[in-house]
Write a protein that binds this ligand. Structure first.
Ligand code: UTP
Length: 234
């Protein structure tokens, strides 16, 4: 029995591939299984393609990152609605609304075993929302489900030789992602630097993994070994 919050990258829900329905079915089945084992699970869904597309459309007209962030937030809430409805239709006891704030989400998680949300306010991404949700709900850990296998020292797309890490301290991860700033709406990092700094202050364990394989999400919720990067205090 654990309380776990998972940031689900929008790219996982919205990949440009045919198998995306199977992935969503897999996610629903993992959550259903874990709820039957009495886990409590918060899911924070990222914006993915609709966030990028909306921000790109508006950027030439809007010269304010906070205003563009609001477009990204709307996309995360759209994606969260897809996940919430899929869980609800599968018979999972999920909260009936998509909360706008973390404190609201914490209260909902006391009533229902599963809460799904998207973004909240401008200035960060859904990783930071998930980390805040994990801290505020006293969760055992926070999963960051992304589309790379581990945290790398450099971007593996630009340097194929980049070294990957099984374990990092919060300070080491902060060093990799840079200072706790949100520079640009829609800009993506392996983990949001704003969130990393808050996880560091509250000593919240992060499990960064490749969410394309839902079995890794399952393993991280269960709390055993999983392939990915564990981020802990020094
Ligand atoms: P995401 O959380 O999707 O960012 O938010 P991301 O790093 O691109 O991650 P994935 O891969 O899609 O999951 C998309 C954008 O929405 C705004 C930001 O502009 C962010 O870059 N946003 C999101 C906020 O301003 N506040 C939030 O709480 C969430």
């Amino acid at each position: 029995m654990a309380t776990v919050i998972a940031a689900i990258g929008g790219s996982l829900l919205r990949p440009e591939i045919e198998e995306r329905h199977a992935w969503l079915e897999g996610l629903v089945s993992v959550i259903r299984d874990r709820v039957s084992m009495e886990d409590r699970i918060g899911i924070v869904v990222g914006g993915g393609a609709p966030a990028r597309e909306g921000i790109d459309l508006a950027r030439p007209l809007i010269n304010n990152e906070g205003h563009l962030d609001k477009i990204g937030i709307a996309a995360t809430r759209l994606n969260a609605t897809i996940v919430r409805e899929a869980l609800s239709d599968a018979g999972v006891s999920v909260s009936g609304t998509i909360p706008n704030r973390v404190d609201e989400a914490v209260l909902l998680l006391e009533e229902r075993p599963v809460v799904v949300m998207g973004g909240t306010t401008p200035g960060h991404t859904t990783d930071a929302v998930a980390i805040r949700f994990a801290i505020a709900s006293g969760a055992d850990r926070c999963i960051i489900a992304t589309n790379v296998p581990k945290v790398f020292g450099e971007d593996p797309k630009t340097n194929p030789e980049a070294e990957s890490h099984d374990f990092l301290t919060h300070d080491q991860l902060q060093e990799i992602v840079g200072p706790a700033e949100h520079s640009r709406a829609g800009a993506s990092q392996i983990v949001d630097p704003v969130g990393v700094s808050e996880a560091n202050i509250s000593n919240m364990t992060l499990n960064v993994l490749d969410g394309r394989n839902v079995d890794l999400i399952r393993a991280a919720i269960v709390g055993g070994e999983f392939v990915g990067t564990v981020v802990r205090g020094a």
